[in-house]
Design a protein around this ligand. Structure first.
Ligand code: ADP
Ligand code: ADP
Length: 224
């Protein structure tokens, strides 16, 4: 069951309540965007779902597996900070996203990586190190890495924030294609309401009343 579910999720940092009893379910194949003002807990929500947070109250499950039980291996994640391996080139950084059983040296794996590099518009930079890339290019490497696994569930935290407008549109449309082709369940966190409404079939707002998640846009028709 390729869903996302949080129930009564509360996360505190000292006296700061980052998430206050949040309930949210994302159905299989659904694309949900989570919007809200800076500091409302969007990144924290994805960090909990990604298994990066040890201490929280409530329940969080991805792909039907409670994150406290180690989470699922069918999940791709893209964070706002690309966190690329400094001593590896673009090709190697994307290959990190391949499933652990895959031999990165075999022809199909190399083709997959090259295709992804092309899709994010970085052909010609496959042999470059992160220090040779702009912030937007690094973010696109991170996107390619997140897609390498052909994940069933994709968690995206502001994945387009460092891209110029034109590149952003290209990568947004690329994501919609992946979604349409692979039926990926997607949770995207963004402060950009327009981006959310363009991409998602449901937009939820975090951080109105404590703990409430309000659906503001609900487009039934799948796209593209
Ligand atoms: P958003 O992504 O919506 O901007 P965050 O999830 O980053 O919000 O942060 C939610 C709240 O939790 C903010 O008040 C933020 O300052 C606080 N916070 C987030 N991470 C930490 C941390 N590691 N230590 C302390 N406070 C944090
Ligand atoms: P404007 O007319 O205000 O310049 P655009 O039509 O260029 O607005 O884009 C509106 C929003 O649609 C953008 O902010 C963006 O999030 C989203 N968008 C993404 N990809 C595309 C696309 N290929 N065509 C149009 N809009 C897109």
């Amino acid at each position: 069951d390729h869903t996302l579910a949080v129930e009564g999720l509360t996360k505190r940092y000292g006296d700061t309540v980052a998430l206050d009893g949040v309930d949210l379910t994302v159905e299989e194949g659904e694309f949900v965007a989570v919007v809200g003002p800076s500091g409302c807990g969007k990144s924290t929500l994805l960090r909990v779902l990604s298994g990066l947070e040890e201490h929280f109250e409530g329940r969080a499950a991805v792909d039907g597996v409670d994150v406290r039980d180690g989470g699922s291996d069918a999940v791709g994640m893209v964070f706002q900070e690309p966190r690329l391996l400094a001593w590896a080139d673009v090709r190697e950084n994307v290959a990190v996203g391949l499933p652990s059983g895959v031999d990165r040296g075999d022809a199909a794996a190399r083709d997959r990586v090259d295709d992804l590099i092309e899709t994010v518009g970085l052909d010609g930079f496959a042999g470059s190190r992160p220090s040779e890339l702009s912030g937007g290019m690094a973010q696109r490497v991170s996107l390619a890495r997140g897609l390498a696994y052909r994940p069933e569930v994709l968690l995206l935290d502001e994945p387009f924030s460092a891209l110029d407008q034109l590149t952003k549109y290209e990568q947004q449309d690329n994501l919609l294609e992946v979604w349409a082709e692979q039926g990926t369940t997607i949770a995207l966190v963004t402060h950009d309401v327009e981006e959310a409404a363009y991409l998602a079939d449901r937009v939820v707002v975090l951080g109105g009343q404590p703990g409430t998640v309000e659906t503001v846009v609900d487009v039934d028709a799948p796209r593209p």
